[in-house]
Design a protein around this ligand. Structure first.
Ligand code: SF4
Length: 423
């Protein structure tokens, strides 16, 4: 099939998977075997995500039209036998072999016995394919993977292995490539990004090096962080360096100390409140988001109410609520579970609270000004994200990938800020 061969990816789950799918695609394309390939990057963050991953793989097999189907991602770790025995899968790529996240070998039931084996160094050193992120205006740059924490409810350390970090020189080269290719926003991502560490270089050193070297980069975002991984140096950078976007997402999970202890999260409610206070007092435009799990096994009514009160007083404005679902192999899965109806009810209460808090934030921003990056333009309406990562629309046509400065926020429609361009 030569150079007409297609490599397609189907990605479920986190942004981290989005990035990894692009890397795998580029590697497989560069290795240039002779067939069409579909890579499915699966997710196992909840039982539902796992089921959706299985469905996506079965659909890809049905619609493969002769393409080789390759399965990778977290659901592969939790359901390996299922995927290994599924007819129509050409190969699987283990997530937990951290030095070989993109290697693949034909499964015994496949007719084709060819194998490809690419280690992490190839990913560090590879030249990105020209069209790697062309359909996007921002780049999710994965600088760390794996995790050493073993939180009681989480499958990631089993599925992805221990924390490893991308060397600084590789990060800087990649960013040069992205900026040279016109991207306006870089999102630094990782499974546990605050654990970034290589050659005594920490996350704040990486951010400082990026900002010092690339003075034209206007929008740098840090993806979800563990509250207890934010060092004083990082705090300092976030509060003083205005090219770091004023939106931080913290994986807090609960506002009750007994629940946090059982989750093995290694921080307290008081620690988080103090951190948010410090952040918001020194950087006034900062919006804080958080993940919260509803219905963790030891969450009594009183503990749940503590979380509700924590959210109300914390200054968090954007919340992602996850109903607890036990993951195999984890400590929390062995605990006595709460009834499903209780978990559902608590998630619904928190989601309603979250939507009111977000609306309050959006209302408070009306008549203020902000900047935003245009990500899409359809029928003379432009769409994008403000500096603090709220969705906005402008009722005029603006080329995608434009940073609009000093937009005035004039209203709210369909959960988005409506803005007008000043001057
Ligand atoms: S910090 Fe905890 S929740 Fe996050 S990936 Fe690691 S083990 Fe999972």
């Amino acid at each position: 099939m030569g150079n007409t061969r297609k490599v397609k990816s189907i990605t479920l789950g986190c942004r981290f998977n989005v990035y990894e799918s692009e890397v795998s695609k580029a590697i497989i394309r560069s290795l240039d075997p002779n067939d069409d390939v579909v890579i499915i990057n699966t997710c196992a963050v909840t039982k539902q995500a796992e089921n959706q991953s299985k469905q996506a793989v079965r659909r890809a097999i049905r619609e493969s039209n002769g393409a080789k189907i390759i399965v990778t991602g977290c659901a592969l770790a939790t359901c390996k036998d299922y995927f290994r025995n599924l007819d129509g899968i050409y190969s699987i790529i283990d997530n937990d072999k951290k030095s070989k996240i993109s290697s693949y070998t034909a499964l015994p039931h496949s007719n084709d016995i060819s194998s490809i084996d690419t280690d992490m160094n190839s990913i560090y050193n590879m030249e990105f394919a020209e069209d790697m992120f062309n359909e996007r205006v921002k780049v999710f740059l994965q600088i760390q993977t794996g995790c050493n924490n073993f939180c009681s409810y989480c499958i990631v350390p089993f599925a992805r292995g221990r924390s490893i970090s991308l060397p600084l020189d590789v990060i800087l080269n990649k960013i040069k490539f992205f900026l040279d290719n016109g991207f306006k926003e870089i999102v630094l991502s990782g499974i546990d990004i605050t654990s970034y560490s290589i050659d005594n270089i920490k996350l704040h050193d990486v951010i400082k090096a990026i900002l010092d070297k690339y003075t034209t980069l206007e929008r740098l975002k840090i993806s979800s962080m563990n509250p207890n991984g934010i060092s004083d140096e990082l705090l300092d950078l976030i509060t003083n360096e205005h090219r770091i976007l004023p939106h931080l997402h913290l994986s807090i999970q609960s506002g009750d100390n007994e629940v946090l202890k059982s989750m093995r999260r290694n921080y307290t409610r008081e620690f988080v409140l103090d951190l948010i206070n410090k952040l918001k007092n020194t950087r006034k435009d900062l919006v804080v988001g958080a993940d919260i799990i509803a219905g963790y096994p030891n969450e009594t009514n009183a503990y749940f109410n503590n979380t509700v009160n924590f959210i109300k007083t914390s200054g968090i404005s954007l919340l992602h609520i996850f109903p607890f679902s036990p993951r195999p192999m984890t400590l929390a899965a062995k605990m006595l579970q709460l009834p499903g109806s209780v978990i559902k009810e608590r998630a619904a209460i928190l989601r309603e609270l979250a939507s009111n808090i977000k609306l309050n934030l959006m209302n408070s921003l009306i008549n203020t000004t902000t900047n935003g990056l245009v990500e899409k333009c359809d029928n003379n309406i432009s769409y994008g994200k403000t500096d603090n990562y709220l969705d906005f629309t402008i009722k005029e046509s603006i080329p995608i990938n434009t940073i609009v400065k000093h937009m005035k926020i004039i209203g709210i429609e369909n959960n988005k800020l409506v803005c007008s361009v000043m001057g």
